[in-house]
Structures are given as C-alpha cells and as structure tokens.
Write a protein that binds this ligand. Structure first.
Ligand SMILES: [Mg+2]
Length: 364
C-alpha cells in the first residue's frame, strides 16, 4: 500500500457563549485535520493541534507505505519538538488506515482493550459572564451529576477568593459521593499554588491540575511535597523528552498526555510506558474534535488500571461538555456519554465516519 494524497484542514467553530480559563476568554474552538488517501482505496483521518507543512507531506508521506508508522514518525520529527503536534494528526491517520486495512479497531492493534466503555468525568464548569457566577457553576455541576457522571472537573486559577468560594460551592452542589477535580491551567506561581491548594483541598479533591507552568519540574515536586492532594499535568507537552523529567522526578501523580499534541498513538504509548515504569498514573487529556475524541478512547482503552486491584481508582475519561460543533457534528454518529460512561468505538480503524459537509463548513 502507498500513500497517494494528503489533505489538511484548519477548522474553526465560533462559540455562541464565550468562556474563560485562567489564561483568558475563548470565543472559538479549533482543530487541525489530516486526510491521508492510499492506492488501496483506504482513507485515514487524523487530528492534531496543528497540521503538517506541504514540504513535510511531500518529503515524508507521498509514495510511502502507511504501515511504516515508526519510520515515518522519525523522518518527520525535528528535534526541538515544535512539529510534534502536526505529526500527531498524521500518526492518528496512519493508525486509522492500518485498522481499516486489518478490519480491526485501533485499540486491538495497540494490544487490546481493558474496557469497552470508560467511566467519564464531565469536564467544564468554566468561568462565564454571569451575574451570579457561583450559582451558575453549582447548577452546571449538579446537571452533570443528574446525567449520571461519577466525576466532574471545574476551572480554577482565578485568584484565591474565587477559587476558595467556588470550589466549596461546587462540592456542596454535587454532594460527597462525586469525584471533584480542579484545573488551574498553569495560572499560579509555586507559592500561590500551595497556598490556594491547601485551602481548596478541604473539599476532598480527586486531583489538582496544572497549578503552575508545565515545564517547572522543580516547582511541581515542591507542590507535590507540600500538599496532600494528587497533582496532575502535562497536557501541552510534546514528545517523550518533554515528559521525561516531570515523570522521573515524580513531579506528578497523574500525567495527562494529549494524543493530538504529544505525538499520536506511537509516541503516547512510549510516554505511558515511561510513566508506568515510574509508578505515575496516565489519564489522557481530551479537548478537541470528533477525531481526537475517538483516538483518545482507543488509546485510553489500552491503558491498564494502576495499580491493578479490585477497587482500583477508575481510569476516568475527560468528556468535554462545552459547546464545540467540531466534536458534536464532525462524526456522522457522534460519540456520547451514556450514564457517565463513554463507549469505545468498535468499527475498523478509528470507528467513526467523517461528515464532509461539516468539514467544509468549518474549514478556514
Ligand atoms: Mg487541563
């Protein structure tokens, strides 16, 4: 089999209602989509947080055998890692082609699924332009519990007063039985992260995500030693080298590689192996369109519980609850959470079919 054509699409979906994390307001969602065609009539789809250049496509993809996935990954990679987000989309598309060629879902090519549906946490509860923001956050969180989610994640990092008040309010709204994670999106320095962390961890937190900038390994180690709460992070890191020190120095309890940023299935498997060897839990990050959603499900299905015991901490899937037509409309049959679980696609490859009308509609 040979690759005959590669198309790329930059997609943009304008939000009806803007929302904010600690870095600022979002008014649109985006995705980089790669379509790889072959002489066998198989088309693979991938999504990265950026798209490959035309020169990389012609040098490393056209005319190549799509099953040479490791060889193509290494040929495309430039040390420094800036292009790994684009390789991610290519890598996902190549695995999609291989799955279709073998008539098997990608998770099976990766070694098989430990679960055919994954318990999910509702990821949302952003800051919004509301007159009573606390009540709005409580209502949103309670709505997810009513839909059957066993866990929710809310945004913090907006200053001590906001965080202390609203984490307590959300905990009250969801009750004691629901897992609650908080995400500061790198919004604090080490001292503030520890100070705020001590105050909000009175609310029985499942994890404290990205309290500080991702690459401050010593800062993460300091925070982990100062707090009695699991620390999570790493969603923006690219390639195994970027994860190495954070994992090996035990800066995190939970590492969150993103399959569309960190390097696709090929690289994420290596990062997961490194995490396993260092007793760090892997819970993938998911924030994107339909292709990324399907890809993350395939990968997360193949990650064993850690530790493998009767009452293991669940492998929770990040189910993005915010408005994004690229996630809800790009696949002909959208992947939905049912009673707090997300089913792993069972068709060959990624197991989704792309709606080309939606693709054209949001291409920019
Ligand atoms: Mg996050």
């Amino acid at each position: 089999m040979k690759i005959t054509e590669v198309k790329t699409y930059n997609l943009k979906y304008p939000l009806v209602e803007p929302f904010a994390n600690s870095h600022g307001w979002s008014t649109a969602r985006s995705a980089g989509v790669v379509e790889i065609r072959t002489d066998a009539g198989i088309t693979g789809w991938g999504e990265g947080s950026s798209i490959p250049s035309q020169s990389a496509i012609h040098a490393h993809l056209i005319g190549k055998d799509p099953s040479d996935i490791e060889v193509i990954w290494n040929a495309m990679h430039q040390h420094g890692g800036s292009n790994i987000a684009a390789i991610s989309g290519v890598d996902i598309a190549l695995w999609d082609i291989m799955g279709q060629a073998w008539d098997q879902p990608i998770y099976r090519l990766l070694g098989g699924a430990f679960r055919d549906r994954i318990p999910a946490y509702a990821s949302g509860i952003f800051k919004k332009d509301k007159s009573d923001i606390t009540q709005a956050l409580m209502d949103e969180a309670k709505g997810y519990v009513d839909q059957g989610f066993p866990a929710v994640k809310m945004k913090i990092g907006f200053g001590e007063a906001y965080d202390v008040k609203n984490v307590a309010a959300v905990r009250k709204a969801i009750g004691d039985a629901i897992l609650l994670a908080v995400d500061a999106n790198c919004g604090y320095d080490v001292g503030t992260a520890i100070d705020v962390g001590q105050k909000i961890s009175e609310n029985d937190l499942f994890w404290y995500e990205e309290p500080i900038t991702t690459d401050d390994v010593d800062g993460y180690v300091e925070i982990r030693h100062a707090l009695k709460v699991r620390v999570a992070g790493g969603e923006g890191l690219r390639g195994r080298w970027a994860f190495r020190d954070l994992i090996q120095k035990r800066g995190l309890d939970i590492v969150q590689p993103d399959v569309s940023i960190a390097g696709g299935f090929t690289e994420c498997r290596k990062i997961a192996a490194m995490a396993s060897a260092n007793y760090v839990r892997v819970l993938p990050h998911m924030w994107g369109g339909s292709i990324r959603l399907a890809a993350t499900l395939h990968w997360q299905a193949t990650i064993p519980d850690s530790p493998q015991v009767l009452n293991s901490i669940p492998s929770l899937f990040e189910f993005d609850m915010t408005e994004n037509g690229l996630r809800t409309d790009l696949a002909k049959e959208p992947i939905r959470a049912v009673e707090g679980f997300v089913p792993v696609p069972q068709g060959p490859g990624l197991g989704i079919e792309i709606n080309r009308e939606v693709l054209e509609k949001y291409a920019c």
